[in-house]
Design a binder for this molecule. Structure first.
Ligand code: SF4
Length: 470
């Protein structure tokens, strides 16, 4: 956002605690308690339940006027007691909000006192400072993963051959695809967080307050013994990176990779897995790669018409812009609401040989994005459903990718990663460009030929008249 525009209109981000909520939902038998006013947890629950189409429980310490003035410690203590009684969780995430941080609540001290006073030994209570104004959901998500490992991870004497995989904010179906790929390499692994079942629970007759699945505490404790860590996060600041923490603290080699969307990014993941497993790339993956290349060849003649605006989470923008770039779709605008220095540099590198001028914005909002979308003849939008109003107002189609998606079903079943997922995504983009071509070609022809011929003819006629007059 420019210095002249400090007012955020239609923010292109959500606040830190919602990233924390997604991360904690991928931990087995966990519950989240937001220390702050009640509206924050309602806002998070609303966003997550429409995106995942699942019931989302998030507790709140519900600080009121009195708590705001005199401190919310008593609310937090009582909230923890109620939560333990109602849900019997094994893990509790205590995260802060704007209000709790502004009044200076010391959640580490309050939680330590609570555990001592109530003799809490068999529940892991993890604290994460996530003021809404401290960053976006992107930063809240990665910070929370790191805090979970910092507060639970241990080092034993047993070096293990397992690998850690720190996932980006992907869909449950994409986490299942990652597991399938890891299984093909016969690797033992810990995925953090594992939302594959917790946020896409199969229907059962009996309702469970905490859905089954998620990364087990025992697995997280052993992450310090792993042989390698792979983290989907090339734009994540090292202070928020779990892979960097595990490397610094326990000496575990870190591979920080982009989200595997597109040929190059997926190759990076698959080659890394082949290297660390010491195994040949399985035939199924080689064939899927070949099919993706075949799709790229088949569709490239249509994709050159694509002028895209890509927006959302920085890591997702990087991956989606990569697939655009390698398929001739020009990612003219790449924009995130997260305030991130490295974003400019990484996206500039990615689009260095682009045929168009690329506009890269961090810390921006949808008002600014919309202005440039119209000025730069964008014909396809790629991002979350918060950009849907540009589609409505300006008639530019939006392919919904990332988080959140409120106005369509199936976000938890979206599968855009790996060779197969990239194939799906590329087909969607190409088909949308084809639809645009078919919907508009008569008008385009009229504008290009009939309209310009007519002008030429009348210009000629005027000249002939002039000659006649002379
Ligand atoms: S921005 Fe602050 S007040 Fe608003 S929902 Fe987020 S944490 Fe709560």
């Amino acid at each position: 956002m420019s210095n002249f525009k400090r007012l955020n209109v239609n923010p292109c981000k959500m606040c830190m605690p919602i990233g924390a909520a997604v991360a904690f939902k991928g931990i087995e038998e966990s519950m989240l308690l937001m220390h702050g006013s009640q509206g924050c947890s309602t806002y998070m629950r609303r966003h997550m339940s429409t995106h995942y189409e699942e019931p989302i429980d998030i507790a709140s310490s519900s600080i009121d006027e009195q708590g705001t003035v005199y401190g919310g410690e008593e609310n937090l203590r009582q909230g923890l007691k109620n939560l333990i009684k109602l849900y019997s969780p094994k893990v509790i995430g205590v995260v802060t909000t704007c209000l709790a941080e502004t009044i200076g609540e010391d959640i580490n001290r309050i939680v330590a006192d609570f555990k001592k006073a109530n003799n809490v030994k068999d529940i892991s209570i993890i604290t994460v400072p996530t003021p809404g104004y401290g960053g976006s959901q992107f930063e809240g998500y990665y910070l929370t993963l790191r805090k979970i490992v910092e507060q639970l991870g241990e080092k034993s004497r047993n070096k293990s051959s397992r690998i850690n995989l720190v996932a980006a904010n992907l869909s449950p179906a994409e986490i299942r695809e990652i597991k399938r790929i890891l299984d093909l390499f016969e690797l033992e692994y810990t995925i953090l967080p594992d939302i594959s079942r917790t946020l896409a629970a199969p229907f059962t007759e009996n309702y469970s307050k905490i859905p089954a699945g998620g990364t087990a505490v025992s697995e997280i404790k052993n992450m310090g013994d792993a042989a390698f860590t792979i983290e989907f996060g090339t734009l994540v600041d090292s202070s928020l990176s779990t892979a960097v923490y595990l490397e610094d603290k326990f000496g575990i080699p870190a591979y920080r990779l982009p989200i595997p969307i597109g040929l190059k990014n997926t190759d990076q993941l698959i080659n890394t897995l082949a290297e660390i497993s010491g195994k040949k790339i399985p035939l199924g993956l080689t064939e899927a790669r070949g099919r993706l290349i075949d799709t790229m060849i088949d569709s490239h003649k249509y994709n050159g018409a694509g002028r895209a605006a890509v927006f959302g989470d920085p890591e997702m923008i990087y991956a989606v812009s990569s697939i655009c770039q390698e398929n001739g779709i020009s990612p003219v605008i790449m924009a995130t609401g997260t305030d991130l220095d490295i974003f400019q540099r990484k996206l500039k590198e990615l689009t260095a040989d682009s045929r168009d001028q690329n506009l890269i914005f961090s810390d921006t909002d949808f008002e600014e994005i919309r202005n440039y979308v119209n000025e730069y003849d964008i014909n396809i939008l790629l991002g979350n459903s918060d950009g849907a109003f540009i589609e409505e107002k300006d008639g530019i189609p939006l392919i919904r990718i990332g988080f959140p998606i409120h106005d369509r079903v199936g976000a938890s079943r979206q599968q855009n990663i790996g060779y197969q997922g990239s194939n799906n995504l590329l087909d969607q983009i190409t088909n949308q460009l084809l639809a645009l071509k078919h919907d508009n070609y008569r008008e385009d022809l009229y504008q290009k030929f009939y309209h310009s011929n007519k002008r030429t003819k009348s210009e000629k006629e005027i000249e002939e008249l002039k000659v006649g007059e002379e």
